[in-house]
Ligand binder design. Sequence first.
Ligand code: IMP
Ligand code: MG
Length: 182
Amino acid sequence: MTEPNQDRAVQILLPREKIAQRVRELGAEIARDYRGRTPHLVGVLKGAWVFMADLVRQLDLDVTVDFLGIASYGAGTNSSGEVKITKDLDVSIEGRDVLIVEDILDTGHTFKFLQEILSLHQPHSVKLVTLLDKTSRRVLPVHADYVGFQIPDVFVVGYGLDFNQQYRQLPDVRVMRSQDSV
Ligand code: IMP
Ligand code: MG
């Protein structure tokens, strides 16, 4: 890496305080829905790692956690629709109440792929929580059970989300300047 390019992501879409407030609300809602059960949270690497770390600390529940590595984009901002596993699950999900934790639901290809491969392992249930949802970009008829924020069709970075592996460390969700994001 040469020099930081944070000037290309100047517009804050979701400030950190607003994210923190919404993550608290999601945590309370999920804890209510799973009361008496021990959900198995599966974070989708790498984008969901920051959200998952914050969400799990807002859950007044017993939980277990695992991570699945997925690559759905190469360089750039356009989804090829091709998804591959870069890190498999460590623990069996058979009979478990699986809660997939995603950073963003866009075309729906990644979630559809996850639903298909996870259901082969006979979980008791599979739900999805996503921090961000770009409904207007959806290609496949999938939806999340819990959504942090609906956002417009803009490319966002920060709070775990990247552009070419950069910007993940930004504490707010920011919009990439469009002329730079193709
Ligand atoms: P989908 O398969 O099109 O639903 O895309 C989901 C994945 O694409 C997400 O988990 C992200 O990794 C990536 N993605 C989609 N939109 C954005 C964005 O605006 N910023 C960063 N990554 C994105
Ligand atoms: Mg992702």
